[in-house]
Ligand binder design. Structure first.
Ligand SMILES: Cc1cc2nc3c(=O)[nH]c(=O)nc-3n(C[C@H](O)[C@H](O)[C@H](O)COP(=O)(O)OP(=O)(O)OC[C@H]3O[C@@H](n4cnc5c(N)ncnc54)[C@H](O)[C@@H]3O)c2cc1C
Length: 442
């Protein structure tokens, strides 16, 4: 599409998926990642929900992702001390309804597949490219890198994560151009939890393959699963007070945290202390888990996507899904604008970005709210929550409850509106469809 060129910041799930979407839309791009390598095995498990797999199917990379993933058919919930709460085949039921399974995949393998299936990755994805500033002018942008070089483009899509420097820049630009505000913009992403993520390749066959294990308790929860390649675990602790500054933790701090959590049951009959000594040391990370939504997602020719715009804790497992759905809506909106005018003005682009922001803010809000609720509920905010959890669990039909919560969030999920596609269907129809034109089907 003309010589319109998108500069994508960050090669996380949001950035690399955006690159795939732009490729499909015929829009030129370059991805800039500040880390020295694109494929890194930091982090733990990412849950690939049906709406995300449907989009990967539309892009033709579902089978590649499936090959590396492990089906997650069921869930088991219990307390720290190992008392059962509830369980069931909720994810099998979800597949019946929507046609796609729910899969578990490491963040590293998700990045690897998104990267390795990207056409022209060798020339279009650059590692060691730390963006330090963005200049905007009437017809385009110039992105400055830490090595002193500059890259020109038409717009910036920033998938630069929860501590997004671009979000700060947008806030500053809006703040400077606002007639009223002389208050310093505040960080919208606040952490009330911290988490230990890790994995081990030990062969504990007594841990059920693909069962999503979740423990609940006062101030602490865990979520773990044994996948085909490794056993992934996350232990979450509620912080005494909220924090918003970026913080990295030393190996000593990580080990101290693991020691504190050693008696937490992470799988039925398995405590953290049994699998922690077997971990892959370089891949264990301790992170603050922020929650929040940026007030404005764009300014001029700069727009945010993924965690930079909306962040939830790993406890509702929808960070990657939300990032990818946002990227889809943004690309649909951008492509429609470029179809009308291949050299859109800043004003036309801002209209496209406003449409994207409005649509996604409405969709993300209930997901964020659900995440806020789940995080507090499973880390028992007080005796009342514990009593409620125990009572609800006793009477709960987990399958029915999961479908009731998830189907209204998932069925309206977007797909690329410019790619003819007949995806999988279950008993509950997707609200947004993209059927091939009649002639193409003959
Ligand atoms: C190391 C790590 C591990 C994670 N592990 C898990 C996990 O186990 N489970 C889970 O559910 N979620 C995890 N997450 C979060 C999950 O990846 C996100 O919620 C979701 O996938 C949305 O991703 P994103 O692409 O918006 O942001 P991110 O995944 O954070 O990616 C942002 C990317 O932007 C790059 N970047 C930032 N600033 C610049 C800059 N100035 N110039 C160039 N590049 C820049 C970063 O290096 C990073 O690669 C993890 C995130 C990270 C960074």
């Amino acid at each position: 599409m003309s010589n319109f060129r998108v500069i994508i910041l960050g090669a996380g799930p949001a950035g690399l998926f955006t690159a795939h979407g732009l490729t499909a839309a015929g829009i030129d791009y370059v991805v800039l990642e500040r880390q020295p390598e694109i494929v890194r095995y930091k982090g733990a498990l990412i849950v690939l929900w049906p709406p995300l797999l449907r989009l990967l199917d539309q892009l033709g990379i579902y089978e590649s992702v499936k090959q590396l993933s492990t089906p997650l058919p069921s869930q088991t919930k219990f307390t720290h001390s190992g008392e059962p709460l509830c369980g069931g085949d909720a994810f099998v039921a979800l597949e019946h309804e929507l046609g796609y399974p729910t899969l578990g995949l490491s963040r590293g393998n998700l990045i690897r597949t998104l990267y390795e299936t990207l056409p022209e990755r060798a020339t279009k994805v650059r590692a060691n490219a730390n963006v330090v500033n963005i200049e905007t002018h009437k017809d385009g942008v110039r992105v400055h890198l830490a090595d002193g070089s500059g890259i020109d483009g038409s717009i910036v899509i920033a998938g630069d994560g929860v501590h997004s420097p671009t979000r700060e820049l947008i806030q500053r630009l809006r703040h400077d151009s606002s007639a009223t505000g002389d208050l310093k913009p505040t960080d919208p992403m606040v952490a009330n939890f911290m988490s230990l993520f890790g994995h081990t390749r030990s062969d504990r066959t007594d841990i059920a393959m693909g069962d999503f294990a979740e423990s609940h308790g006062p101030g602490i929860a865990s979520q773990s699963a044994r996948l085909r390649d490794a056993i992934y675990f996350t232990v979450v602790k509620r912080l005494e007070k909220p924090v918003s500054d970026k913080r990295s933790f030393t190996t000593e701090e990580i080990n101290k945290f693991a020691q504190e959590m050693s008696d937490v049951t992470v799988f039925p009959g398995v405590k953290l202390k049994e699998i922690w000594p077997l971990r892959e040391e370089t891949n264990a990370v301790l992170l603050h888990q922020e929650e929040g939504m940026a007030e404005k997602w764009h300014h001029g020719r700069i727009v945010l996507v993924g965690d930079a715009a909306h962040k939830m804790t790993s406890m509702n497992g929808q960070g990657a899904l939300s990032a990818i759905l946002s990227a889809t809506v943004l690309i649909n909106s951008l492509r429609a604008t470029l179809k009308k005018n291949p050299r859109p003005s800043t004003q036309e682009l801002e209209m496209a970005f406003t449409q994207y922001e409005t649509s996604r803010k409405g969709a993300v809000k209930p997901v964020l709210d659900l995440g806020v609720f789940i995080s507090r509920f499973i880390t028992w905010m007080g005796e009342e929550t514990e009593a409620m959890d125990r009572e609800v669990s006793r009477d709960l039909n987990l399958v029915e409850d999961s479908l009731k919560k998830l189907l209204p969030l998932f069925t309206p999920s977007p797909i690329f509106d410019f790619l003819p596609f007949e995806g999988k269907q279950g008993h509950t129809p997707w609200e947004v469809d993209s059927k091939p034109p009649i002639r193409a089907r003959l």
